[in-house]
Write a protein that binds this ligand. Structure first.
Ligand code: ADP
Ligand code: ASP
Ligand code: MG
Length: 458
């Protein structure tokens, strides 16, 4: 059971979590928890301040959120447990201050130190949640997730290593056998050298999947602030509906293309062990949820959702040398490889290749290298829109319905994903919300749509 940042944002949220865990106690739950809402951002900003040399300001900037932890503890724990937790916060503050000082003195070493600092978000939330669960009579035990999730040293985006399953089982199984409830921080791990690492923003979902897979869990539950995976981002489409069942592949595509509710790497460990993933609302535990299962067990052959990802840059390389030549694409992708830049969508014609990237950190170094191959055009401020559903595999006419609905909006880089469960294209950021709302209307709100939440039909 993984609880995200907004599920532990204040004392009331912690109370809800305690009630949810209590009602699941007979299923031998293992708990994974994110930092309290907003704290990870604040920790990252504090690192920037330290790099700029403002050590005092860096540590001071964390005070409101450290106080928030203490306030929750005071509200929910008896005096002794609250005092013990306050001490934990005090030690964390002192350690972070030391790390800020080291960063200010040697900013060049900051990536591992940044992970070390950011990890305090999950250290504190997991210790606090364990204490809160004990307060309601549950036998909760804090487990340092760094002893379970073994990773490489790719700081800020570390990849789990094979030892993770054994390490997790060794730490967690004895507690389960002793009828305890293990509580781990999400998002964090450690390298072979015992240096703290993190799995990338939003990575607590991934931790939950890794832990679930290591323990052969019956289900991996992602508890968040909305009622499951919805037919679109609710911040764009206010009447988006819960999708009752998704296949692994559909869920993975939605996550890759921007549905923030699941970290994109969450699904793979579940596929590896064929474990169901359920996405539930921690604010309304009885509300609708989404079950994600293998395709064979699943799922209506329909369109399920529209995902989107903004802040995308497209890069087009045009060269007559491509015509009939071999080795061109390899040379092109070598350049992206060399600059460690991931490519999301690719479309090609005889003489040009268009690619989309969302990390433009290396763009100014990429361009001169790409210009060796051909003419380079860059377009910023694009949005990828992805229509996802098993129904795309074999329902004729979906593409024409999609594109005729938005025929006054300029669309580029159309591609049907290799998995054939997504239809992806690019629009200008300024028209994206309108495009998504119109597509949602035609796919989910008009003729043929069942009003039952059990069935969302295109
Ligand atoms: P948590 O802190 O629980 O990990 P996140 O903020 O990472 O929560 O993810 C939940 C948020 O994802 C929702 O509040 C919603 O704004 C956003 N979201 C984007 N697309 C979708 C979607 N298709 N379904 C549900 N939520 C979505
Ligand atoms: N706390 C981390 C983040 O904000 C991990 C997570 O919430 O999943 O990115
Ligand atoms: Mg999240």
């Amino acid at each position: 059971m993984k609880f995200g940042g907004t599920s532990v944002e204040n004392a009331d949220a912690f109370r809800n979590v305690a009630a949810i865990v209590k009602s699941a106690v007979h299923s031998q739950p293992v708990i994974v928890v994110s930092a309290i809402a907003g704290f990870t951002n604040l920790l990252l900003k504090s690192v920037e301040k330290a790099i700029a040399g403002d050590t005092k300001g860096a540590t001071r900037s964390l005070e409101p959120d450290l106080a928030r932890h203490n306030a929750i503890a005071k509200d929910l724990l008896k005096a002794e447990a609250a005092a013990a937790f306050e001490q934990t916060v005090g030690v964390a503050r002192a350690e972070i201050r030391q790390l800020h000082k080291i960063i200010a003195a040697h900013p060049v070493t900051s990536p591992p130190l940044q992970d070390e600092i950011v990890a305090f978000g999950e250290h504190l939330s997991s210790q606090l949640l364990a204490a809160v669960l004990r307060e309601v009579g549950l036998a909760a035990r804090y487990v340092d997730a760094r002893r379970c999730i073994r990773t490489n040293e790719d700081y800020g985006n570390a990849a789990p290593q094979p030892g993770t399953n054994e390490a997790t089982t060794a730490e967690v199984s004895p507690l389960l056998h002793a009828a305890k409830i293990p509580v781990l921080g999400g998002f964090i791990g450690s390298s072979d050298n015992r240096v703290t690492t993190t799995l990338g923003r939003g990575g607590s979902d991934y931790t939950a999947a890794l832990v679930g897979a290591a323990l052969d869990a019956r289900e991996i539950q992602i508890w968040t602030d909305v009622s499951g995976v919805l037919t679109a981002d609710p911040r764009v489409v206010s009447n988006a509906k819960t999708i009752p069942v998704l296949s692994y592949q559909e869920a993975a595509e939605l996550a890759y293309f921007g549905a923030k509710v699941l970290h994109p790497k969450t699904i793979q460990p579940a596929i590896d062990k064929n474990i169901a993933v359920r996405v539930c609302n921690s604010r309304e535990p009885k509300a609708a949820s989404t079950l994600i299962v293998s395709e064979s067990e699943a799922t209506p052959q329909t369109i399920k959702a529209i995902a989107h990802k903004s802040g995308i840059t497209t890069v087009q390389v045009t060269s007559a040398r491509m015509l009939g030549a071999y080795g061109f694409l390899r040379a092109l992708f070598d350049i992206f490889d060399r600059h460690r830049t991931a490519v999301d969508v690719v479309t090609t014609s005889e003489v040009s290749v268009s690619l989309s990237i969302d990390d433009t950190g290396a763009l100014s170094q990429l361009i001169p290298d790409l210009e060796q191959l051909g003419t380079v055009d860059i377009e910023e401020g694009r949005t990828i829109i992805s229509v996802v559903g098993e129904g795309l595999r074999n329902t004729p006419g979906i593409a024409s319905r999609v594109f005729s609905e938005i025929n006054d909006i300029n669309v580029s880089m159309i591609s049907v994903g290799a998995s054939s469960v997504n239809l992806t294209f690019m629009v200008d950021e300024a028209r994206a919300e309108e495009a998504i709302q119109r597509l949602h209307r035609v796919c989910f709100e008009e003729a043929g749509v069942s009003t039952s939440r059990e069935e969302v039909v295109a």
